[in-house]
Design a protein around this ligand. Structure first.
Ligand code: SUD
Ligand code: ADP
Length: 303
C-alpha cells in the first residue's frame, strides 16, 4: 500500500522584510501564491526510513535525515510514539534551492502522506503546527492558493484570488542559499531604518480582482537587491523577460529563480521562447496560479 501527495511550488508576489529579530529570523509580510509546478511525494511501508528522489535536480537533494520530507515523517511519528518506518519517494519537478519552496513542498507532502498512510488522525491545526516547526514556508505548501504569511512567514491568512495568473519561471545555473540571502539583506540594510513589513492593499486588491496589470504594478521583493548582489547575472535574465513583454519581472523569494508575469497564455509562451533563446538561464517553465495545496492523488484516500 502507498499514498501519493502532489504539492505545488510558490512565488512570492510581495516579500516585505523587517529587521533581523533576536532569534535570527526576520518578520515578514509574505504574500505567497501557489503555482502549478509540482513535486509528488509517495510514502509506502518499509523496514526503516529511506528517501529516494527522481527528477532533473535529484542529485542536489539530500537523502539523509536532513531532507525535509524525512524530518516531517519523523516529527509525526514522534508525536504518535511510532517508528517512522517508511520509504519516501520524491518525484521532483520544483527546482532545488530556487526560491520556489521545493523542500518545503516535500515536507508538507510527506506529512500529509504519512498522516494518511498511518491513519494518524492529525487535524489540520496539528499538521500546520508541525509544518511551522519544519520551516517558515512549509505551512503554505500545505494550504496552497494564496495567503499572507506574517511572523517569519508561518502565520497564514488565506487570500482571495479572482482569476488565473500566467507565469514564466527561469531557473538559474546555480542555487542560492536562503540564509545567505537574508544575511546579505542585513548587510545591505546596515545603518538604515527598516520599516515594519506590511502587506500592500493594492496588491491584495489586484489578487482579489484577478487583474494581472494591477498585480504587476504592485509586486515587490525586498530580498531582490540581496539576491542580485550575490548573483548579478540575474539582472540579464530579468531584462530579457522584460524585453519580451513581461508585465512584471522579479526574483522569486530568495532566488535565484526569476518570475515573469504575463498578460495571457500567448504572451507567456512568447516570454518563455525569448528567455530560452537568451542564454541567460538553465531552463524555462510556464505555469498558472493559483494552484491547490498539498493533495492526496494516489492510494486509499485519493478522491
Ligand atoms: C525567503 C522565503 C520566502 O518565502 O522562501 P525561499 O525563497 O527561500 O523559498 C522564506 O522566507 C524562507 O523560508 P524557509 O526556506 O522555510 O526558511 P527556514 O527554513 O524557516 O529558515 C532558513 C533560514 O532563512 C532565514 N530566514 C527565514 C525566514 C525568515 N522569516 N527570516 C529569516 O531570516 C534564517 O536565516 C533561517 O535560518
Ligand atoms: N526535499 C528536499 N528537496 C530539496 N531540497 C531539500 C529537501 N530537503 C532539504 N533540502 C535542502 O534545502 C535546501 C533549499 O532547497 P529548496 O527548498 O529547494 O529551495 P528554497 O529554500 O530556495 O525554496 C537545498 O539546498 C537542500 O539542501
Amino acid at each position: 500500500m502507498s499514498v501519493t501527495v502532489r504539492v505545488p511550488a510558490k512565488v512570492n508576489v510581495q516579500l516585505a522584510v523587517g529587521a533581523a529579530r533576536p532569534d535570527g529570523f526576520h518578520d515578514l509580510a509574505n504574500v505567497f501564491l501557489a503555482v502549478g509546478l509540482y513535486d509528488e511525494v509517495t510514502v509506502s511501508p518499509a523496514d526503516e526510513l529511506r528517501v529516494t528522489c527522481e527528477g532533473p535536480d535529484a542529485g542536489q537533494v539530500p537523502l539523509d535525515g536532513t531532507n525535509l520530507a524525512a524530518r516531517a515523517a519523523v516529527a509525526l511519528a514522534g508525536r504518535r510514539g511510532i517508528e517512522p518506518a517508511v520509504h519516501i519517494h520524491i518525484a521532483k519537478d520544483i527546482p532545488v534551492a530556487g526560491g520556489m519552496a521545493g523542500g518545503s513542498a516535500d515536507g508538507a507532502g510527506a506529512l500529509l502522506a504519512c498522516n494518511t498512510l498511518w491513519n494518524a488522525g492529525a487535524s489540520r491545526a496539528e499538521l500546520l503546527a508541525i509544518c511551522a516547526d519544519l520551516g517558515s514556508d512549509v505551512p503554505f505548501s500545505l494550504v496552497g492558493g494564496a495567503a499572507l504569511g506574517t511572523g517569519r512567514g508561518e502565520q497564514l491568512t488565506a487570500l482571495e484570488v479572482g482569476g488565473t495568473f500566467h507565469w514564466v519561471f527561469a531557473m538559474a545555473e546555480r542555487g542560492l542559499s536562503t540564509p545567505a540571502v537574508f544575511r546579505e539583506f542585513d548587510r545591505l540594510a546596515e545603518g538604515r531604518d527598516i520599516p515594519e513589513p506590511v502587506a500592500s492593499p493594492d496588491l491584495l486588491d489586484a489578487l482579489a480582482k484577478g487583474d494581472p496589470e494591477a498585480l504587476a504594478a504592485a509586486v515587490s521583493n525586498d530580498l531582490q537587491p540581496a539576491a542580485l548582489s550575490l548573483f548579478p547575472e540575474l539582472a540579464d535574465t530579468l531584462d530579457a523577460g522584460r524585453g519580451a513583454g513581461a508585465l512584471a519581472a522579479l526574483v522569486s523569494g530568495s532566488g535565484p529563480t526569476t518570475a515573469f508575469l504575463a498578460r495571457d497564455p500567448e504572451s507567456a509562451t512568447k516570454i518563455a521562447d525569448v528567455l530560452r533563446a537568451s542564454g541567460t538561464c538553465r531552463t524555462v517553465r510556464t505555469a498558472t496560479a493559483p494552484a491547490p495545496g498539498a493533495t492526496v492523488t494516489g492510494g486509499p484516500a485519493a478522491r
